[in-house]
Design a protein around this ligand. Structure first.
Ligand code: NAD
Ligand code: MG
Length: 352
């Protein structure tokens, strides 16, 4: 078991990483709330797998439980679903002393967190992430929100959970494609902060190696978000591979590479750019490619340099005139590297 404390800009909270901790959610939640009601929010896939066990445990501990299930998938991450959730919470009499439980992947976590930030101007929530991506990334750091027709994650709030309970055993039911998707982000953490993680990635991680990897990713994310809770500086390094990865996803209308696959290919392109600029140690790109290939992740973007440039410039994270590229000095160390927009364009043409 690993317990990682996060200071949080609003309140401190603990992140527990332990195989089997899902069975003790009620025990962990009990001291965190004064009320007796818990609303569990989950999607239509996760509900059948894990909601029954969670509700039974909470009820045995004396909580009155309510279950809100929405159709699985990113297309549910909307204000419309949030509206339905507000109605559900209100009809069931949830108050500010009660608790929300996000049981699911990043879609569930982002939406539950947003409802929790806004319903009654704030009610506590617990994250119980069930995908590799949500265990290593979205459940920590307090970013919550929804998609709109004009942009992904366009509306949201910073609002930290009161606890995060990560049980790697829940990943045994996760379809292979989603596991590999999360591995893209795991490899990103190794690339930006912790080269030694590569030893745990020599083969597909499971059991203790998987638990150790998750703990290391969470520790990195905690360190970065504690230093930059509201995403105005250092937190940018978590976007390594994302500028081009997002462009790739957008150009394929989010129906080509998964997010983790797009980030994988984006990291390789960023490593090539870094080597060309002399910022990144020679051989880093090749090291990254070997690691990604071992885990069935793609290493090339599928669109042209011109198309990717256009799409990347519309990315909300980029400022006009120059943009902040996240590059590696070497595998295990990221730097924020500002470059003029025109240079980025010609580098893309040279490196892709
Ligand atoms: P997701 O929540 O849609 O889950 C992926 C799929 O796996 C879904 O079909 C889900 O039903 C299924 N599933 C989940 N757990 C399962 C399990 N244990 N067994 C079987 N099936 C399971 O997507 P995701 O990949 O977890 O998260 C993506 C979302 O996270 C995006 O909306 C993204 O914007 C967001 N995100 C947020 C942050 C943040 O900091 N808040 C960071 C990264 C990503
Ligand atoms: Mg990401």
């Amino acid at each position: 078991m690993t317990t990682i404390s996060c200071a949080g800009f609003d309140h401190p909270y603990e992140i527990i990483i332990e195989s089997g901790c899902f069975a003790r959610v009620a025990h962990t939640a009990l001291p965190l709330v004064s009320g007796r009601r818990v609303a569990v929010v989950t999607d239509s896939n996760v509900a059948g797998l894990y909601a029954g066990g969670l509700l039974a445990g909470l009820e045995a501990a004396g909580f009155q439980t309510h279950l809100f299930v929405f159709p699985a998938g990113e297309q549910s991450k909307t204000l419309d679903t949030i509206g339905q959730l507000y109605r559900f919470l209100s009809e069931n009499g949830l108050t500010r002393s009660d608790l929300l439980c996000a049981l699911g992947g990043g879609v569930t976590g982002d939406m539950t967190g947003f409802a929790s930030a806004t319903y009654l101007r704030g009610i506590p929530y617990v994250q119980i992430p069930t995908t590799l991506l949500s265990q290593v990334d979205s459940s920590v750091g307090g970013k919550t929100g929804v998609d709109t027709p004009f942009g992904k994650n366009l509306v949201g709030a910073f609002h930290n959970p009161v606890a995060v309970l990560i049980d790697p055993e829940l990943l045994t039911t996760l379809p292979r494609v989603f596991f590999e998707d999360g591995l893209g982000e795991v490899i990103k953490y190794a690339a930006i902060r912790d080269a030694a993680m590569e030893q745990l990635l020599l083969e597909r991680p499971h059991g203790e190696a998987l638990e150790a990897l998750i703990a290391r990713c969470v520790a990195i994310k905690r360190d970065v978000v504690e230093a930059d809770p509201l995403d105005t500086g250092l937190r940018g390094i978590l976007n390594f591979g994302h500028t081009l990865g997002h462009a790739e996803e957008k150009l394929s209308n989010f129906s080509g590479y998964t997010h983790g696959q797009a980030v994988a290919a984006g990291m390789v392109a960023a490593a090539a750019i870094g080597e060309r600029l002399g910022v990144t140690e020679a051989g880093t790109r090749a090291q990254l490619v070997r690691l990604l290939e071992r885990h069935n992740l793609p290493t090339a973007l599928t669109h042209s340099a011109d198309e990717l440039f256009e799409a990347a410039l519309h990315d909300k994270k980029n400022l006009s005139g120059s943009l902040s590229l996240i590059l590696l000095r070497r595998f295990g160390e990221a730097v924020i590297h500002p470059i003029p927009v025109e240079d980025f364009h010609s580098l893309l043409r040279q490196c892709l």
